[in-house]
Design a protein around this ligand. Structure first.
Ligand SMILES: Cc1cc2nc3c(=O)[nH]c(=O)nc-3n(C[C@H](O)[C@H](O)[C@H](O)COP(=O)(O)OP(=O)(O)OC[C@H]3O[C@@H](n4cnc5c(N)ncnc54)[C@H](O)[C@@H]3O)c2cc1C
Length: 696
């Protein structure tokens, strides 16, 4: 193996040290050269991470330029203008067409669209979010819920940005409880129009992207109401297209928008509130795929149950959720790559023998902070690729998915969003800390990533709510009528399910069998054995699920309030089961990617990363494994020691690993990586004791 030292510290001279007698900064010599990793190995690893849409990634990389980076120091209005101009550039490049079907004027490449959205996460999350609102959410609602006529009327302008729009679902009083939102769309048979109203202050649409300034139309989610024989009939949540501003940007009659102004991040996106007061739209404004109203005001739907209809509608909109998870993963990889690069050039304290500064990554603690996160970044990138591929397959041929496969995909889309956005927020913060004071300087970009990524844990489904959804779905895995279940019914249903669900599902996969067959050291249940790792994770998930189902059994026969009490007291348990499921699901996707890798050296390194991913989970949850007699103290101690060893081993390859993220080089053109903010570079070779010497 080539060690990082070989390539990081070329012996050719770079910038020279100050001449004798010149004032020397006390930090001089602690910043070394930035160097590079093992290009051949990183290319082989990149191939695994690039996955099916490698060509799209390459094309997107080539079209990325420094002016697409999050601009620092602009006012809010300037930032909004900047992002809008960049959005127009993306539109002109044809990128949005990827996400729309050919019959609607697109190129029908869902995987390509999601991949290119993801890559914007390396540059400016405001741009990613603005693109997501316009094409993923607003355009996505029209594409997935609208009929052919509506799609033909609006989608070309949505792609070209001649029509900027909002996705107006959230209400200030309702938030995550979307099914009970209050905005109404009441059909007026006399005029053949829907009347849109915000009936109470809590029904005001809030936080809506594009609502403060740029949006001209909104896809508004409202309770649909018709009348029959004087009686009011409520059909649940539907989506209607409602114009909100004229060409000059003035609110239309009956519409009041307000600007949220400065937020905790994403300054380039104009989020605002919308209030509707008797706004009339034609009957055709209803996106009627799952529910239509004829001229006489008669409602019809292919799905009878209000709940099932609602969940089916939401299911068609999961793309936004998938791209939010993917882009936050890209942001995390960017921050990690910066922190790793910095840890190789920044030296702190002198080595007792050589008297030379020690690179940060030489320190065990620094390795423990960064390397498990690098391992997770690989794992999540592979899992994210898998969910994108699944969604792409589904959109190409929806009929090939039965009900349970579709629900499973939706569950994993929710779970991976919660998992990766939480990881991204944790990782960006750790990367910022790992870069010390330099990490806190806006010019070095990590703080900007942190501010912008923060809300990714909240929008497109709050992470707690989504993880709970994963847990509930696991419990009701075999229910065919879950869409109609309320909390109490879910509890009751859980009594009859859960047992063996996880094992059965996992065992159904060929990978499982392959791994279990490959267990070489069953007696000693080696923690580095892939089959044992899978069993360890799946067993934890299964146990959590079985025991939460048992706890929920107490709700049987109880009224709503008592059943809620039981459910609520077990909520942490259910969430734990949801997280455990995502851990094993991600592990399986990562292991599949490792298994499929054809390059022997890359496969070996990926195998180590996969081990580190599992050991990191074991380390974080060792209390559970001990409490439940799954691991002895000797084995958890051994796991910690093995984790440390892997951290050190992989630290010797750190630069190569983050180079495999294939982030455009201009992203790293920041002061802390170019001159450390204190001095010019030296090209002094590292000594053997340094990180790179530990590679093999
Ligand atoms: C910058 C930004 C942009 C947005 N853009 C849009 C947009 O374009 N369109 C749109 O429709 N919406 C948008 N949203 C809204 C976003 O989707 C919501 O903020 C999100 O759904 C959460 O709702 P909430 O803010 O009301 O939080 P709440 O649902 O009130 O949650 C508050 C807290 O309570 C917790 N919580 C909630 N329910 C439960 C439960 N059952 N059990 C335990 N804990 C719970 C949550 O974890 C959270 O910590 C945006 C939000 C932001 C901040």
């Amino acid at each position: 193996m080539t060690s990082e030292t070989d390539v990081q510290n070329p012996t050719t001279s770079g910038d020279s040290a100050p001449e004798n007698g010149a004032p020397v900064h006390p930090n001089f010599g602690r910043i070394t050269t930035t160097g590079a990793g093992d290009a051949v190995l990183s290319a082989a690893l990149q191939k695994v991470l690039d996955g099916t849409w490698a060509d799209t990634r390459e094309f997107t990389r080539d079209s990325m330029t420094p002016d697409m980076l999050n601009p620092i120091g602009l006012t809010m209005e300037e930032h909004r203008d900047h992002v809008l101009a960049q959005l127009q550039r993306l539109s002109d490049s044809g990128m949005p067409k990827l996400g729309f079907r050919e019959e609607d004027g697109g190129t029908g490449d869902t995987g390509g669209a999601l991949t290119s959205f993801e890559m914007l996460g390396h540059l400016d999350l405001s741009l990613m979010v603005k693109a997501g609102v316009q094409w993923g959410l607003f355009g996505g609602a029209i594409a997935n819920l609208g009929n052919a006529e509506t799609r033909a009327k609006y989608l070309p302008d949505v792609m070209s940005l001649d029509l900027l729009g909002c996705f107006a679902m959230t209400e200030i009083g309702g938030g995550s409880d979307v099914q009970n939102l209050e905005t109404t769309a009441t059909y007026d048979r006399e005029t053949g129009e829907f009347v849109i109203n915000t009936p109470t202050p809590s029904a005001e649409k809030a936080y809506i992207g594009n609502a403060a300034r740029d949006g001209r139309m909104a896809a508004v989610f409202a309770q649909l109401i018709t009348h029959e024989d004087g009686e009011e009939l409520r059909h649940g949540v539907h989506c209607l297209l409602v114009p909100i501003r004229d060409e000059q940007g003035n609110d239309l009659p009956g519409v009041s928008t307000t600007d949220h102004g400065h937020k905790g991040g994403l300054l380039g996106v104009d989020n605002g509130r919308i209030w509707f007061s008797g706004v009339r739209v034609p009957r055709e404004a209803l996106l009627d795929r799952f529910g239509a109203v004829d001229e006489n005001g008669t409602y019809s739907s292919p799905i009878e149950s209000v709940g099932a209809r609602f969940f089916t509608m939401l299911g068609t909109l999961i793309r936004g959720r998938v791209s939010v998870g993917a882009a936050s993963g890209a942001a995390a990889r960017t921050a990690l790559a910066m922190a790793v690069r910095y840890s190789l050039v920044r030296r702190q304290f002198d080595h007792p023998e050589t008297g030379k500064g020690i690179p940060l990554l030489e320190y065990r603690e620094h390795q423990r902070r960064l390397m498990p996160r690098v391992a997770r970044a690989f794992a999540y990138a592979c899992a994210q690729n898998a969910i994108i591929a699944e969604l792409d397959r589904f959109e190409q041929d929806p009929e090939s998915f039965d009900e349970s496969q579709r629900r499973e995909m939706e569950t994993h889309a929710a779970g991976i969003k919660a998992t990766v956005t939480a990881f991204a927020n944790d990782t960006i913060t750790e990367a910022r800390l790992a870069c010390g004071g330099a990490g806190y300087m806006a010019e070095n970009r990590i703080t900007e990533l942190r501010k912008d990524c923060d809300v990714f844990s909240t929008f497109e489904g709050d992470n707690v709510v989504l993880t709970q959804l994963v847990g509930k779905e696991l419990l009701s895995a075999y229910a065919s009528d879950f869409g109609d279940m309320d909390q109490r019914e879910t509890v009751a249903f859980a009594l009859n399910t859960a047992f063996d669900v996880v094992q059965e599902k996992a065992r159904a996969s060929t990978l499982w069998q392959k791994m279990v067959d490959a267990v070489t050291d069953r007696e000693h249940t080696d923690l580095l054995d892939r089959g044992n790792q899978l069993e360890l994770l799946v067993d934890r998930e299964e146990h959590l699920l079985e025991t939460v189902a048992r706890r929920l059994r107490k709700a049987q026969g109880q009224d709503g309030s008592a059943a809620f009490k039981v459910f609520n007291s077990a909520q942490d348990h259910l969430l734990q089961a949801g997280r455990a499921h995502m851990d094993s699901w991600v592990f399986a996707r990562f292991a599949e990617a490792v298994d499929a890798c054809e390059d022997p050296e890359a496969k070996e390194v990926l195998g180590m990363l996969c081990d580190l991913y599992v050991l990191d989970i074991v380390d974080a949850d060792k209390g559970w494994f001990l409490e439940h007699n799954r691991l002895t103290t000797e084995r958890t101690k051994a796991a910690t020691a093995a984790r440390n060893r892997l951290c050190t081993k992989l630290a010797g390859r750190a630069r190569t690993l983050v180079d495999a993220f294939a982030i455009p080089e201009f992203v790293f053109d920041v002061p802390m990586l170019t001159d450390g903010g204190v001095d010019t570079l030296t090209d002094e070779p590292a000594d053997e004791h340094e990180v790179a010497g530990l590679a093999d």
